[in-house]
Design a protein around this ligand. Structure first.
Ligand SMILES: Cc1ncc(COP(=O)(O)O)c(C=O)c1O
Length: 463
């Protein structure tokens, strides 16, 4: 039995897509096949994925930001092997475990001083759900304010803080009392808070969808307004935290101290689902205020030893390998290289970034032949052009990336924080080539554009 999983996988080589088509999300299989992403990955290490033909791919998607350490980091693997070998008692439930205490202690030392309590859960969305409940209970208010284009997860509570129609449609009614305001708009925030009936303002310090970076004074002023009107200020650092932006938390760029920080994704090095809420003792003491309420919020697998050990090992690696500093340095180098490309190519309009959270924005060109081709794509489906960057990056240069959101011509890179000079050069030369090809009309990339537009029109007609 010792090689049960290895034997099982070896006896079903490459059946990934067939099995998913049969038993899981068939539409996902169709999407991957349509855009030529139907590779069979067999191995992963650091920022690289390897397929069954031993091709190497540079992964700038990082499992949606989970693999800050890269994949299969040996220190985290060792920590998990240690936990398994030690045959520890796990999830005793009528008990409190050492590893969760140690992780809380370590993580809170990295938070602003006023955050002294920690709640652990199993995902980003669970951290958001906890924040909503904790804010309501602490303030005895119902309303939650969130930002347009924000993303906080897809469970019903978190979805209620998500303005994108495509995610919400058909799943309602969602949570009552959730108010959307524009991001980076203090007047809108003050208007929403003025009646003093808002429990919390939940905001990503830098929005993941589109990588929108607020003005320097936005978050400090938002915190001040929340305090003035008695609402809790909650920073969703699920994507921006754990070094991603070149600081351990993105709030450090803005010198702001929230009442809660939400974390997940990179915290366990990409091995075990995990989430957490760092909060003030006022909030923890309000929610867990009596012995008969000791289990009033929680979930069965939260604080499990594997997640906690992976979290401890991840924080150690981040410190030992100076990955926050690496994110800042490599991010700076990439941006400098990309800015040079925005000067060179009319379709490439802007680069936005903090550390290794990077957005490349494309926009309407000036020259006549490009303009006509661009308009054809925009008419078929707004934001389609971004796939003319991501698909050739993948097919021709083996770089995995993503579009930054629906209806926008923004490509997003979330590289592992461990990327090297070689990876930086790989990214910049591939981008140069792909964007140059986009400026050739007619050309292979615009043939791809026509095919994409055709698919988009067909699926619109079928909708
Ligand atoms: C800012 C933010 N919050 C919350 C979530 C939800 O996290 P999860 O997918 O772990 O539920 C995400 C996921 O992308 C996120 O980016």
């Amino acid at each position: 039995m010792t090689t049960y999983i290895a034997d099982l996988m070896a006896s079903h080589p490459g059946r990934n897509f067939e099995l998913h088509e049969q038993h899981l999300n068939t539409q996902m299989v169709r999407v991957l096949k349509a855009i030529g992403y139907d590779r069979v990955y067999t191995r992963a290490s650091g920022p690289y994925l390897y397929d069954d033909r031993q091709n190497e791919y540079l992964d700038l998607l990082s499992g949606f930001g989970v693999f800050a350490l890269g994949r299969n980091h040996p220190e985290v693997v060792r920590a998990l092997q240690e936990v398994l070998a030690a045959e520890l008692p796990d999830m005793v439930q009528m008990d409190v475990s050492l590893l969760s205490g140690l992780l809380a202690d370590k993580l809170l030392k990295l938070c602003p001083d006023k955050l002294t309590k920690m709640f652990f859960c199993n995902s980003g969305a669970e951290a958001v759900e906890a924040a909503i409940k904790f804010a309501r209970y602490t303030t005895k208010r119902e309303k939650i304010v969130y930002c347009e284009h924000g993303f906080h997860g897809l469970t019903l509570g978190a979805l209620s803080l998500n303005g994108e129609k495509v995610f919400r449609e058909g799943f309602g009614p969602l949570l009552p009392g959730c108010i959307a305001i524009p991001f980076d708009d203090l007047t809108a925030l003050e208007n929403a808070l003025r009646a003093k009936d808002v429990a919390a303002f939940i905001v990503e310090p830098i929005q993941g969808k589109g990588v929108n970076i607020p003005s320097d004074d936005y978050l400090p002023e938002a915190a001040r307004l929340c305090a003035q009107y008695g609402a809790l200020f909650v920073a969703d650092e699920i994507q921006t935290g754990i070094g991603r932006t070149g600081k351990f938390w993105a709030i450090e760029h803005f010198g702001v101290e929230p009442d809660m920080i939400l974390t997940a994704k990179a915290l366990s090095g990409g091995f075990i689902p995990v989430g957490g809420v760092a909060m003030t003792s006022r909030i923890m003491d309000a929610v867990f205020n009596r012995m008969d309420r000791a289990v009033v919020h929680g979930s069965t697998f939260s604080k499990n030893n594997m997640a906690m050990a992976a979290g401890l090992a991840t924080l150690k690696v981040i410190e030992d390998e100076k990955l926050v500093e690496n994110a800042e340095r490599r991010g700076g180098e990439l941006i400098a290289g990309m800015r040079a490309l925005t000067d060179k190519y009319e379709l490439f309009q802007e680069v936005r970034s903090k550390g290794l959270m990077i957005a490349l924005e494309f926009g309407s060109p000036r020259s006549f032949s490009l303009k006509a081709a661009w308009s054809m794509l925009e008419a078929a489906n707004k934001g389609l052009f971004s796939q003319m960057i991501t698909i050739p990056l993948f097919k021709n240069h083996r770089i995995l990336s993503q579009v930054a959101g629906h209806g926008m011509n923004v490509v997003k890179f979330l590289p592992p924080l461990v990327i090297s000079e070689r990876d930086r050069d790989w990214i910049l030369s591939a981008l140069d080539e792909v964007i140059a090809d986009c400026h050739k009309v007619p050309g292979a990339i615009w043939d791809l554009g026509k095919t994409l537009a055709g698919h988009a029109m067909k699926s619109k007609a079928g909708a």
